[in-house]
Every structure is written in structure tokens, then in C-alpha cells.
Design a protein around this ligand. Structure first.
Ligand SMILES: NC(=O)c1ccc[n+]([C@@H]2O[C@H](COP(=O)([O-])OP(=O)(O)OC[C@H]3O[C@@H](n4cnc5c(N)ncnc54)[C@H](OP(=O)(O)O)[C@@H]3O)[C@@H](O)[C@H]2O)c1
Length: 289
């Protein structure tokens, strides 16, 4: 019998009804895949992880579960640490015990944003928020515990399902506010790369077919501020909206965000995988769908 490749191995997706998880479910539909929602697995509970892995016996576990409300994390760091650090640590140990590879998602917020050009996987993280710290701790646990893992840092996610943790996505929020005809104030001093979850899911599906394990940045191409992003949403949607740029200070969030957190998909290129398309193109597709 031929040895299984990652292509025909069983995959379990944790957070399968989340924003990214639901698009991963979509693109993996032809494979041997099982989706796990929070009611079926709780990564903060080692026993719950063990039961799920016992039952489904996946070769690859994809973890999209996170506590991702950045400002709440600042106010209640223990909640972020419980899921993003301790939960991921539990999961990594369980994967090691079961001999499963782990695919885990992290964030551009592990960086301090002081750079003026895109961060590569070789840049040293230096988070400036409790959320960033908790996500970096999760990354470190994965790398410390496992040999067969993919840690994928991404940025500015939006997808059809909307973020469960954050209650929607930026594009839909802008469209709703725009239709209500109110003045919209959007931060113009944080530069990022909006990334469509369906594009990300397709790239992840391709990457994990091989066995080039390690840390990867995967975002759409290009960069913009949240304000530029909002303007493009309205242009592409054909909505006239009153959008005003403001500073992060004026916006006044509990947590600090990096002022520049664009990621370069360097290792993806080195793995011979075609780069992601420009964010504007992806946004057009999202809005058309
Ligand atoms: N959203 C962004 O802009 C962004 C940017 C960079 C990186 N990321 C990372 O990308 C990943 C996916 O984000 P997303 O936007 O798809 O998030 P999401 O829509 O909030 O999905 C997270 C999923 O995880 C589940 N979950 C939460 N706590 C859990 C636990 N303790 N055990 C098991 N499942 C749990 C949630 O279920 P319930 O809702 O039922 O609790 C939900 O299904 C996360 O790792 C996030 O940190 C996101």
C-alpha cells in the first residue's frame, strides 16, 4: 500500500463554523475532512481535545480557534492567554501524543509596527498588545512542542461568514454604516493588508499538501490603511459614503495596534507556491460574490 501523503490524510478543522474555518471547510470539501465546532471541542480543556482526536483520528489538525477580540484581550489578558496560549499548548501536546501535524494561525499583531517595509518570517516579533503577546506565546508553544507544524501568520481577515469572535467583518460593517448614511470615521495611521479568507484557505490547502513545515506569512499582496480599505469598499460597491480619516489616538481603542504590519509571504515564495493576488482584486471578488 502506498504511504499516505498529506493530500489523502484525514484533516480535522477546529473552529469549522468560524470565518476562516468555514472557508477552509469549503476548499477542503473533496478531502477526508471533519469539521469541529466549539461545542465539539474546547481547546482550553485537554480532555475535550483528547476525546475529539480519539474519535476522529486526524493526521492533520487545523486550528482556527482563537480569542480574537483585541481590545477585550487588553482588558482581560487572562482570557486571551487561556485560548491563544494555554489552549494552543494543550492542542500541540495532544497532536504530539497522537502523531498528528498541526496547522495553526497567528497574526501580524506579533510585530511592533516600527518597520517601514513588509515583515518577513525572519523578523523578530515584538508584540505591543496583550492579544499579540498571547498569539506569540501560542506560536512559541507550537514550535517548541512539535516538529510537524505550520504556523501561518495572516492579517486583516474578512470572509463571507464574518468573524464569530468579533461579530462580523470590516467590509460588512462599512457597507452597513454606508447604507445608513452616517458619517464614518476610519483609522488612517495603521497600514495592513486586507486578506480574503477564501483566498487564504485555498493557499493553505495547497501549502499543507506538502511537508515543508514551519512558519509562514500568508496575506494578500499590497498594502493600505483601514481608511483606504474603507474607501475601496465603497468605490467597488458603488455606494457614496461620508468617510473621514482619523488617527488611532482619536479612535481611542483599549489596545495598541502596530502602525505598520504588512507581511511579506517570503517562505511561501521559497516553497515555490504562487503568491496571493492583490487585495483590491480579492475585495472585488468578495463583493461580487
Ligand atoms: N480576524 C482577523 O482579522 C485575523 C487577523 C489575523 C489573524 N487572525 C487569526 O485567524 C484565525 C481565525 O480567525 P477568524 O476570524 O476565522 O475567527 P472566528 O470567526 O472568531 O473563528 C474562531 C472559531 O474558533 C472557535 N473557538 C473559540 N474558542 C474556542 C475554544 N476554546 N475551543 C474551540 N473552538 C473555539 C469559535 O467558536 P465560537 O464562536 O462558537 O466560540 C469560532 O468557530 C485566528 O487564529 C485569529 O487569531 C485573524
Amino acid at each position: 500500500m502506498a504511504a499516505p501523503t498529506n493530500l489523502n490524510r484525514r484533516i480535522a478543522i477546529i473552529g469549522s463554523n468560524g470565518q476562516l474555518g468555514s472557508d477552509l471547510m469549503k476548499v477542503m470539501a473533496g478531502r477526508d475532512v471533519v469539521g469541529l465546532t466549539h461545542s465539539q471541542i474546547d481547546i482550553t480543556q485537554p480532555e475535550s481535545i483528547k476525546q475529539a482526536l480519539d474519535l476522529y483520528k486526524p493526521h492533520i489538525v487545523i486550528n482556527t480557534a482563537a480569542f480574537n477580540r483585541v481590545d477585550d484581550c487588553e482588558l482581560h489578558p487572562e482570557e486571551g492567554l487561556l485560548v491563544n496560549a494555554a489552549g494552543v499548548c494543550n492542542l500541540a501536546y495532544a497532536c504530539r501524543a497522537f502523531g498528528a501535524a498541526l496547522v495553526h494561525f497567528s497574526t501580524d499583531y506579533v510585530f511592533d509596527g516600527l518597520k517601514t517595509e513588509p515583515y518577513t518570517e525572519n523578523d523578530l516579533p515584538n508584540p505591543i498588545s496583550a492579544y499579540g503577546i498571547s498569539k506569540l506565546a501560542g506560536e512559541l508553544f507550537v514550535g517548541y512542542i512539535l516538529d510537524r507544524y505550520f504556523v501561518i501568520r495572516t492579517c486583516g481577515l474578512y470572509g463571507k461568514k464574518g468573524s464569530r469572535g468579533k461579530g462580523g467583518n470590516f467590509v460588512e460593517t462599512m457597507l452597513r454604516l454606508g447604507k445608513e448614511g452616517r458619517q464614518i470615521k476610519v483609522v488612517n495611521d495603521q497600514t495592513l493588508t486586507p486578506t480574503f479568507t477564501l483566498d487564504l484557505a485555498r493557499k493553505v490547502a495547497e501549502l499543507i499538501t506538502g511537508e515543508r513545515y514551519g512558519l509562514y506569512h500568508i496575506t494578500s499582496a499590497g498594502e493600505c490603511t483601514w481608511y483606504d480599505f474603507a474607501l475601496k469598499v465603497f468605490v467597488f460597491a458603488g455606494i457614496r459614503a461620508d468617510v473621514q480619516p482619523i488617527s488611532s489616538k482619536e479612535y481611542g481603542s483599549a489596545a495598541r495596534r502596530p502602525r505598520y504590519s504588512v507581511l511579506q509571504n517570503l517562505r511561501l515564495m521559497q516553497a515555490g507556491i504562487e503568491d496571493m493576488r492583490p487585495w483590491e482584486e480579492a475585495l472585488r471578488t468578495y463583493l461580487a460574490e
